[in-house]
Design a protein around this ligand. Structure first.
Ligand code: PLP
Length: 448
């Protein structure tokens, strides 16, 4: 790595990206390419000799960009927000530039210590109880995704339960509870840690409760399982479900979890970011009853992919489950037990210095601007809601210059609209509504 060419080539790439952002609104949000389009455009095998960066960037422009779905377009309303920001990008650059692999404290002390500090910062922004913070009795870790976090907490819960039950042969008794709106990642995670798929209970939700999970329904399922000789293990509550943004009643579920010794995890992947605003923090009321909570700053917190915060009340349960102690990694810092070794809080050994990114995002924006970002997105979403409420004639719409996604909720086919891409402004949302109206009116006319 030659510092001079590194600097020149990096600048060229940054200019390329700046130009991309300059033009991102002009691209069709959803790629129009056909499957297999790329192999028709690229050589069949890797080059033997180095190629100039200009040639590569030309191919990125001509071959890659047409196959991108433009998540950073202000007209992107699909899936969920994946906020990028200059601060997030700068953090990624530093992370990539240093390219340290901080799997334990000694392998890069700053990577570990900054991660612990920034998890406490973020936890305080969300007003988590000190039982989740290093400053208190808990702690946090950065994963790449909620799925990884879910696997880790499920493994910790499983191992705690199996220890109490007397061994691995009891794994077929363990039961996991989630609502029918819970992200499918938890089903996958439960399977990965060996919970039989038939022991995953989907608690039914309905329109009448805004698709949030009823503690009473969970109680009925838990009591049934206990009667059948099964062991309730884990309950996943969601703050901001993927299909509709529903919020499960954390306090009610928490009380139930305590009563039945269920591990309560709160998945606040996307909507958790909103809880930095005091007027929205109530969605986390009852969090003190949970065992763990996760949220993804890479969704709605201006943090470029990837970044998932996981806080846990008893980190020892996680490390009991995930620790390894190979000869090659033995060192005096670990032996002293005065340090965190994050390899024991996650699946992989290798890990990126993600904390830099979140630290810079928080510092460059400050709480004030982060709250402003959330509030302005909510204001745009509310205005859109108002449009829909006022125009009860619009029932159908099909995709055109914006990108939305559909879902089926309570048996009803719905079109989701996730407002909150970093560049989205009110006029984009207004234009979207106009488009919905036009399409709906055309469809209704066709039916007449
Ligand atoms: N949980 C919720 C509520 C989500 O909205 C999502 C993503 O949409 C996930 C979990 C999955 O997150 P990840 O992709 O980080 O595993």
């Amino acid at each position: 790595l030659d510092p001079m060419s590194f600097s020149n080539e990096s600048k060229a790439v940054i200019d390329f990206i700046a130009d991309y952002y300059e033009n991102v609104e002009k691209y069709p949000v959803r790629s129009t390419v056909e499957p297999g389009y790329l192999s028709a455009r690229l050589p069949e095998s890797a080059p033997y000799c180095p190629e100039p960066l200009d040639d590569i960037l030309k191919d990125v422009h001509d071959c890659i960009i047409p196959g991108l779905t433009h998540w950073q377009s202000p007209n992107f309303f699909a899936y969920f927000q994946a906020n990028a920001s200059t601060a997030g990008f700068l953090g990624e650059m530093l992370c990539s530039g240093f390219n340290v692999v901080g799997f334990n404290w000694v392998s890069s002390p700053a990577a570990t210590e900054l991660e612990s500090i920034v998890l406490d910062w973020m936890g305080k922004l969300l007003q988590l109880p000190s039982s989740f913070l290093f400053a208190g009795t808990g702690g946090g870790v950065l994963h790449g995704s909620t799925c990884e976090a879910a696997v880790c907490v499920l493994a910790a819960a499983r191992d705690k339960a199996l220890k109490e039950l007397g061994g691995w042969e009891n794994i077929t008794k363990l039961v996991v509870y989630a609502s029918d709106q819970t992200h499918f990642t938890f089903q996958k995670a439960a399977k990965l840690v060996g919970i039989p798929p038939s022991n995953f209970r989907f608690i039914e939700t309905s329109f009448s409760t805004g698709f949030s999970m009823s503690p009473e329904k969970v109680r009925i399922a838990v009591e049934d399982d206990v009667k059948s000789g099964l062991v309730p293990l884990f309950l996943c509550a969601t703050v901001g479900t993927t299909p509709t943004g529903a919020v499960d009643p954390i306090a009610g579920l928490g009380k139930l979890a305590v009563e039945f010794k269920l591990w309560l995890h709160i998945d606040a992947a996307y909507a958790g970011s909103a809880c930095i605003c005091p007027e929205l923090r109530h969605y986390l009321d009852g969090v003190e009853l949970a065992n763990s909570i996760s949220m993804n700053p890479h969704k709605w917190f201006l943090t470029n992919m990837d970044c998932c915060c996981l806080w846990i009340k008893e980190p020892k349960l996680l490390t009991d489950s995930l620790s390894t102690d190979p000869e090659i990694l033995k060192n005096t810092a670990t032996k002293s037990e005065a340090v965190v070794d994050y390899k024991d809080w996650q699946i992989a050994l290798s890990r990126r210095f993600r904390a830099l990114k979140l630290w810079i995002v928080i510092r460059r924006h400050g709480l004030a601007n982060l709250m402003h970002h959330i509030r302005s997105d909510i204001a745009m979403a509310k205005r859109f809601e108002e449009f829909v409420r006022k125009d009860r004639g619009s029932r159908s719409w099909c995709q055109e210059s914006s990108h939305w996604f559909a879902s089926v909720v309570g048996g009803i086919y719905v079109i989701r609209c996730a407002i909150g891409a970093t560049l989205t402004q009110q006029h984009h949302v207004d234009a979207l509504w106009k488009l919905v109206q036009e399409k709906a009116h055309t469809l209704l006319k066709e039916r007449e």
